[in-house]
Design a protein around this ligand. Sequence first.
Ligand code: UDP
Length: 248
Amino acid sequence: MADSFKPAYKRVLLKLSGNSFCRSGESGITMQEVSNVSQQIRRIHEAGVELAIVCGGGNILRGRDFAAVSASIKQPTAHYMGMLATVINGLALQDALENAGVPTRLQTAIRMEGVAEPFIRRKCIRHLEKGRVVILAAGTGSPFVTTDTAAALRAREIEADVVLKATRVDGVYSDDPEKNPHAVHYSDITFDEVLKQRLKVMDVQAIHHCQEQNVPIVVFNYQKEGNLVRVIAGEKIGTRVGPPKKDA
Ligand code: UDP
């Protein structure tokens, strides 16, 4: 695809899971991976798209998993640890983006003024309008949910046109394509179908948020060169989850 392109969306909420911060099958942070994704983000920022990014933390710690193997940790504590993990990722992403020449602000749902601004909806929108990429960390600030829910919630709050869920698979399938060779790939699916079939797109709460506000979700493989730009340009890649089509 040519270097310049016409974005199909004005304001985008990008959900980057923790595993985009490390190599496949590894954990922790590998700055090379963060830099790669930052280069893709730079291109969409240059195209004038207003971009807020919700960071996951699963490369460092997932509350539910950690509590399950750690008898002396209470579940809420583990979830708070997971939220702090997303701040660590947010800091890494901020430096990688700034290194790529992209102006950023980091906002957290748990206050930590020495490190980042608190999440304030109107301030976040103002940053977006001024052309800053806003990195949103610490999830919703509350335990027992995941950053998928945070992404959908923030998308509603900032009135994003779309939620982009960056993953390592090519979208949504009827089953795990790595285990079932007959799994069917969906290019378009409705919120209701996702809920009915219990498809693993995002948390149920996240789907409900998007459905209530009519914010479509596009699940795509960010690791394929240029895919993020293609999605933003409105190309049909991955899976689009949305309301039923009017002519359907
Ligand atoms: N988390 C939480 N509340 C939130 C968002 C996240 O308690 O609003 C915790 C939760 O324990 C979660 C962890 O932070 O497992 C890391 O986030 P997530 O699992 O969503 O990261 P990802 O899978 O996207 O890497």
